[in-house]
Write a protein that binds this ligand. Structure first.
Ligand SMILES: [Zn+2]
Length: 269
């Protein structure tokens, strides 16, 4: 048998570990997004839930497409909808296409720390649910790193583990999360010229703890900055990290894809 292509490496594959393609920004539907993913060798994407009201829409995407997954959770900035209970999150997370709990965490950017006891209570609820459901956490933290790490430690977030998504904090915060067994996910922000501290974090995060994401429709990486983001663009995030780490793009692609299926073990089933 001829094996002319036996030594040819398969093309690098990228995985968008965090997107919101159920948002109204994508009113044309996901078909063009999936086509653009294929063209850019982006093999999978995780559609992240931000409230219970729209969770059915997120789940429907993961049910309809083999290469899309879902999470369940209520974003810390969401202050209008229904408050989740541990039992409800655990029940929704039992669905085989739901691979994580989140996004959850703390955000003191818009509201002051003193105003948001409910954010901290909700974050604890999500950690309890992740432990009970045995699924990892997707954690959002903005202007709240100290409290986020403290609650993670108090509630045993290291048990289910998870990812610090769209990471923009210092190396010290990254180190504390890594020490709890967490992964660090970098978004298009790492491609911005102004993000020098984050570029340094990218250089230092161990390759076996790194994930990549778009957080689309937000935060489009250079060269799409300022426009609507989409999962296909996660490739630019990987390119920037490869450049910063001085590694071949294939290495960043392979490691971040492997990490995705290690962390979100339910995605491999
Ligand atoms: Zn998000």
């Amino acid at each position: 048998m001829r094996t002319a292509h036996a030594t040819h490496n398969p093309p690098a594959m990228f995985i968008d570990s965090h997107c919101h393609i159920d948002f109204p920004n994508f009113s044309e539907g996901v078909a063009p997004l999936l086509a653009n993913m294929r063209a850019a060798q982006v093999s999978h994407a995780l559609c992240v839930s931000v409230n219970l009201e729209n969770f059915p829409r997120v789940l429907a995407l993961a049910e309809a497409h083999d290469n899309l997954f879902a999470s369940v959770g209520v974003h810390p900035d969401h202050d209008e909808g229904r408050e989740p209970t541990v039992d409800e999150l655990v029940e929704l997370a039992a669905h085989p296409r739901v691979v994580a709990i989140g996004e959850t965490g703390l955000d003191y950017y818009r509201l002051n720390r003193e105003e948001v006891d409910w954010q901290r209570a909700r974050f604890r609820t999500h950690i309890h649910a992740a432990r009970a459901a045995d699924k990892p956490l997707i954690i959002h933290t903005r202007s709240a790193a100290e409290d986020t790490l403290a609650i993670m430690a108090e509630e045993g977030a290291a048990v289910p583990g998870g990812v610090m998504h769209c990471f923009t904090e210092s190396w010290e915060v990254a180190e504390a999360a890594l020490a709890m067994g967490f992964y660090i996910s970098l978004s298009g922000i790492v491609t911005f010229k102004s993000a020098q501290d984050l570029k340094e974090v990218a250089r230092r995060v161990p390759l076996d703890r790194l994930l990549i994401e778009t957080d689309s429709p937000y935060l489009a990486p250079v060269p799409h900055r300022g426009r609507r983001n989409e999962p296909a663009y996660v490739r630019h995030v990987a390119e920037e990290i490869a450049m910063l780490k001085g590694l071949p793009l294939e290495d960043v692609a392979a490691a971040s894809s492997r990490n995705f299926f290690t962390l979100f073990a339910a995605a491999s089933r």
